[in-house]
Design a protein around this ligand. Structure first.
Ligand code: HEM
Length: 444
């Protein structure tokens, strides 16, 4: 497939739906089915109503590529994401654009160098094994909530340097505040009314700000190796650094960006490894040869786990849709998109298209192996980390975290999942299995 541009342009076709709600409910029910149907009926560029606004939907790798490469700088990320989660992740890196984004990304990159990643990875190992020790194995173990708790523990260790949480109660309030902020994305009521998803998210953001602001003076005073500390102290060669407000805004976004995305990735991997015991054994054999606490370099050598991770990210991309807003009129595949239009880059569909992947619904990690490399069919066939200037800055950190969890999991437990099981997903925001994903977990 190649990106084609025509000489004549037309307005995208528009799907009519219920006023205000539009396609919101069919997206939440089954986003992939909604995207497939929409692509078949209207092609790669079309308009829908979604959560009270008109959006242009981009489907398939060519259309997604146009927005993410953003050659004419028409697509802004901040105003797009801003509509969905703006008040809660205000001034996080993904919500900044153009010059300002470039400046902040340059500073933040210094927190993700190989040296820093090695240090974060060193802190991950002991925290993961301690977290897994707490699990109570059994025939109906709910993997998703257990993984979510684990990744939150990791966030407080690696991101916060174990900043003294005053009590377990505070930890659960911080955890809930994140969930509330993330869950606001597809809320139909988008004003601060108590008891609504939006209202809970407003309070969640306030709690996170207070919490981080309370710990900030200590982090400024004594440099440590955790991400919070690093953000307080990094400087570029020309002396640029983050203000206190920058650190807090970036931390809230980073904690969110790192948390649910890694959790759903491990949870999808657990599901498929539970349904495909031969793959679980291959992965286990690979990790048994590693030292107790593997370094980044050790993790880089985990080829089988890498294939499984890529396949999990293909089947269930943790961020199925990216949001943008046009800052000027532009054109995608012959369709004119006016300035000021919200744009949904629905890359989830690309991961499941028959045109790109043989047998797209089958779990087949080998498709990413050197001798097959099915992802090479199109630069944007597989894009779980996005593309262009906003491409995930934490993708190597994510790889280290996911692989560290898998290493300890495979050494401590074995598990099975009913071969017929299909996870009932909640797509109000980032995806998660509504039933907590039952597995039969046994301690080795
Ligand atoms: C499997 C796990 C992850 C997935 C699938 C993922 C996915 C993504 C995607 C798709 C974007 C692009 C958003 C857009 O273009 O609108 C993104 C951005 C970002 N991610 Fe991740 N992410 C993951 C883990 C992480 C982790 C662990 C961190 C930090 C430690 C992180 C930090 C970021 C940051 C800072 C951005 C914004 C980059 C920018 O705007 O320049 N992510 N991520």
């Amino acid at each position: 497939m190649t990106t084609t541009r025509s000489t004549t342009t037309s307005t995208p076709p528009r799907r009519r739906g219920l006023p205000y709600v539009g396609q919101t409910l069919s997206y939440i029910r089954d986003p992939l089915a909604m995207m497939r149907e929409h692509f078949d009926d209207y092609g790669p560029v079309s308009d829908i109503s979604f959560i009270g606004k008109r959006w242009t939907v981009l489907l398939g790798p060519d259309a997604c590529e146009a927005a993410l490469r953003n050659a004419d700088k028409a697509f802004a990320s901040g105003d797009g994401w801003g509509y969905l989660v703006g008040p809660f992740f205000d001034r996080g890196l993904m919500l900044l654009d153009f010059e300002e984004h470039h400046r902040h990304r340059r500073i933040m990159q210094s927190a993700f160098t190989r040296d820093h990643l090695e240090r974060y990875t060193a802190a991950l190992g002991p925290a993961v094994s301690a977290g897994l020790e707490k699990w109570q194995p059994g025939p109906d173990f709910r993997a998703y909530p257990a993984l979510k708790e684990l990744t939150l523990d990791l966030a407080t260790t690696v991101f916060m340097g174990g900043a003294d949480l005053d009590s377990l109660d505070e930890l659960s309030k911080v955890n809930q505040a994140f969930i509330d902020c993330v869950q606001s994305a597809t809320a139909l009521v988008r004003v601060n009314i108590p008891g609504t998803r939006w209202g809970r998210a407003v309070r969640g953001r306030a709690l996170l700000e207070q919490f981080l602001r309370r710990h900030l003076p200590d982090k400024r005073a004594s440099p440590g190796t955790d991400l919070f500390s690093v953000l307080c102290h990094i400087k570029t060669d020309d002396g640029e650094h983050f203000s206190d407000d920058d650190v807090i805004n970036h931390m809230i976004f980073l904690l969110m960006a790192a948390h649910d995305t890694s959790t759903i990735t491990v949870s999808t991997m657990m599901q498929h490894l539970g349904q495909n015991p031969q793959w679980q054994e291959r992965c286990r054999a690979e990790v048994m040869a590693l030292p107790e606490h593997p370094t980044m370099t050790d993790l880089d050598g985990l080829e089988t786990i890498d294939l499984v991770m890529k396949e999990a990210l293909r089947l269930v991309p943790p961020v199925p849709v990216l949001a943008r807003k046009t800052v000027k009129e532009t054109e995608v595949l012959g369709h004119r998109i006016p300035a000021g239009r919200l744009v949904a880059v629905m890359m989830h569909l690309s991961h499941h298209m028959d045109e790109l992947w043989p047998d797209p619904e089958t779990f087949d990690p080998e498709r990413f192996a050197e001798h097959r490399r099915e992802d090479k069919v199109h630069r944007y066939a597989w894009e779980p980390f996005g593309g262009g200037v906003h491409k995930c800055l934490g993708m190597f950190f994510a790889g280290a975290e996911v692989k560290t969890i898998l290493v300890h999991l495979l050494r401590t437990y074995s598990w099975t999942v009913d071969p017929e099981y299909t996870a009932p997903m909640n797509y109000h925001s980032l995806p998660f299995p509504k039933d907590g994903q039952p597995v039969h977990l046994t301690r080795l």
